[in-house]
Design a protein around this ligand. Structure first.
Ligand SMILES: Nc1ncnc2c1ncn2[C@@H]1O[C@H](COP(=O)(O)OP(=O)(O)OP(=O)(O)O)[C@@H](O)[C@H]1O
Ligand SMILES: [Mg+2]
Length: 204
């Protein structure tokens, strides 16, 4: 069983969106995936409720219970656990990071998100874990994504070569309890998630 933590101290860069879509992508690969939702806002859990029992299983939990949850997932035959974490909660992010094989940090291109990234980097350093920043909600034009990638590398962190565009399919699919690969399997969003999933699996 592999565990992926998705952490960012910034609100809204796409933690839950990526957790959900990577977990759905795993199921299309016939893997048993589980989302552990550490966010009291419970966005991933609400999405899971819309699926009425369809995989992936989404479990709402507290950070203090993470080890027990992972043990249960392993005993239950999970291949992949994805931990979705809240923004602005060092404790949850650290617990997730410490118990993961790999960390993904979504980041929107742009100055305001870069400011917040340094807090996330501090946590990742504390957890001493392998991590990559994935650029999300990337606009179709402009150089901000390249500038953001340069900033991340200059801080000594890896940038995932797969970029996720700003695409309506991500928000539309979530509101109906789907992932983009179910909602629009031939769309660009689904293609990006397929590539991101393959890249993350290789890195783990
Ligand atoms: N690639 C994308 N293209 C378009 N919209 C996106 C994309 N990724 C995320 N979104 C939208 O951005 C908003 C924030 O995404 P999401 O809830 O996944 O972020 P988050 O990091 O989990 O936020 P929070 O810190 O509040 O938990 C949502 O409305 C989501 O639909
Ligand atoms: Mg979230």
């Amino acid at each position: 069983m592999k565990t992926l933590a998705i952490i960012s101290q910034k609100g809204g860069p796409g933690k839950s969106t990526l957790a959900i879509n990577l977990a759905v992508q795993a199921t299309t690969k016939k893997k048993t995936s589980v989302i552990i939702d550490l966010d009291p806002q419970a966005n991933a859990t609400t999405w899971g409720d819309l699926r009425e029992g369809e995989n992936p299983l989404v479990i709402s939990a507290q950070a203090a219970r993470i080890k027990q949850m992972l043990k249960t997932a392993k005993e239950g035959g999970a291949d992949l656990v994805i931990i979705d974490t809240p923004a602005k909660s060092e404790n949850s992010a650290l617990e997730a990071a410490r118990n993961a094989n790999f960390i993904l940090t979504p980041c929107r291109p742009g100055l305001f998100d870069l400011d917040a990234l340094s807090f996330t980097f501090d946590l990742i350093k504390m957890a001493k874990q392998d991590c990559a920043v994935v650029l999300n909600q990337v606009p179709p034009r402009g150089t901000t994504a390249d500038e953001t990638a340069d900033y991340v590398r200059n801080q000594g962190f890896s940038v995932c070569p797969i970029r996720i565009g700003h695409r309506a399919a991500f928000s539309h699919s979530i509101t109906v309890g789907r992932g983009v690969s179910e909602f629009e399997p031939k769309g660009k969003a689904a293609d990006e998630i397929r590539k991101l999933y393959a890249w993350v699996m290789k890195r783990m």
